[in-house]
Design a protein around this ligand. Structure first.
Ligand SMILES: [Zn+2]
Length: 114
């Protein structure tokens, strides 16, 4: 499952950061997930819980901020909200649309207990 490998990467990243900061425990993790990333937020939260077991991130609260998709038309330069990777430009009707936002998965911040 895609979500599981991502959950493991997130746990590794935050555990490293917590250790570097001299913290024993991560209490909350703020994540940014793009709506076009194809990730199931519930599945990610579930996998995270499993992946965090016996690590400093165990029991940490996962705060997920969903980010809407945005596309930019390569033909006319118009920028607009999109809800799929196959968007059509509402201004010129073109299909040459570059996705400029919505595919990200980022750790925005960590809260640690020292
Ligand atoms: Zn256009």
């Amino acid at each position: 499952m895609h979500e599981m490998s991502l959950a493991v990467s997130i746990v590794e990243l935050v555990s490293d950061k917590a250790q570097a900061a001299g913290a024993r425990k991560v209490t909350a993790i703020e994540l940014e997930v793009g709506r076009l990333s194809g990730l199931m937020v519930e599945a990610l939260a579930f996998c995270f819980e499993a992946a965090a077991r016996n690590t400093p991130a165990e029991g940490a609260e996962l705060l997920i901020r969903e980010l809407g998709g945005r596309g930019s038309c390569l033909a006319c330069g118009h920028s607009f909200a999109v809800d799929s990777l196959l968007g059509q430009c509402p201004q010129c009707g073109g299909y040459a649309v570059e996705t400029v936002q919505g595919r990200e998965l980022k750790v925005l911040s960590l809260t640690v207990d020292e």
